[in-house]
Design a protein around this ligand. Structure first.
Ligand code: MN
Length: 219
């Protein structure tokens, strides 16, 4: 899948989806997890990506798929070992996103100390809303309400000021490990209030200043 990124004439193909776990203390607490002292990074395959207006497909392997609303940073200019000071210059835009999670499979993986790739990586488990240019007036990814509703009922109601690691810190940290490339996506973590979705649900993920991401859920 390709995405249109503001400032790039040609569509970009996201090579990797970098996701940050436990980046809000409230979510770490509801998962009975410690707050990390450095970013917790995991990856999703690009085949998990689905654009807003589409559907999340519930996989037969899971009985408990959860929503996690997240702000997403879209890499415009790649690089390695990017400094925190330069980091936001490498971000082309932002979007609302969802880190769909097979919570039952994740729980089993945690118990067995296995990685989260299966619980997090199914097709359609990385919905991405419309991308807004980073420089657009009024958009501050560290000062935005972040919400998720299911069938019109608010389930998550957080604020990005409560992120443990900022977008700039995450870009710098991730680029010290992985070469960032244009089109890469960074899912920046979810606030508290995660919960299950069911066949037929309508999800609306919003990050203040960005267009809403609407998804349906189907079995
Ligand atoms: Mn997440």
């Amino acid at each position: 899948m390709t995405i249109d990124v503001p400032g790039h004439a040609d569509p970009l193909r996201p090579g990797k989806l970098l996701c940050i776990g436990r980046n809000y203390a409230g979510h770490a607490a509801e998962m009975k997890s410690d707050v990390p002292d450095e970013p917790m990074v995991f990856l999703k395959p690009s085949t998990a990506l689905v654009r807003g207006g589409g559907a999340v497909a519930l996989p037969p392997q899971s009985e408990e798929v959860h929503h996690e609303v997240e702000g997403v940073a879209v890499v415009g200019t790649g690089g390695k070992n990017i400094s925190e000071e330069d980091a936001l210059g490498h971000v082309a835009g932002y979007a609302a996103g969802l880190d769909m999670t097979a919570r039952d499979l994740q729980r089993g993986a945690k118990e067995r100390r296995h990685p989260w790739s299966v619980a997090k990586g199914f097709d359609t488990f990385a919905p991405l809303g419309p991308i807004v240019p980073a420089e657009e007036a009024g958009l501050d990814m560290q000062d935005a309400a972040i919400r998720l509703s299911v069938n019109g009922e608010t389930r998550q109601d957080g604020h990005t000021r409560h992120m443990i690691f900022s977008v700039a810190q995450l870009v710098a940290y991730c680029s010290g490990i992985f070469t960032l490339e244009a089109g890469d996506l960074i899912y920046t973590g979810t606030p508290e209030g995660v919960g299950p979705v069911e066949d037929g649900d309508q999800l609306e993920a919003t990050v203040e200043g960005l267009p809403p991401l609407r998804m349906s859920v189907r079995r």
